[in-house]
Design a protein around this ligand. Sequence first.
Ligand code: FES
Length: 77
Amino acid sequence: MFVCICNSVTDTEIRDAVMEGARDLDAISEQLDVGTCCGKCKSCAKRVIREARAEMAYNAISSAIHMPGPAAEPATA
Ligand code: FES
């Protein structure tokens, strides 16, 4: 969906930018021009950023939990 109509920026583009390292609205605005015209999209953009960051944190925790343990030592005779 479009988040920023003025600059034709979608939620997917914002999520991708967050995944690539943008962490807040200022960084997203600098990269994608979100909120740089009328500004009415800023609250929605912040929500998308928050959701993307939460998803990243969840995925990081989930990956840590499901990491395999140390490899078993090969049996010696
Ligand atoms: S809708 Fe984003 S600046 Fe206007």
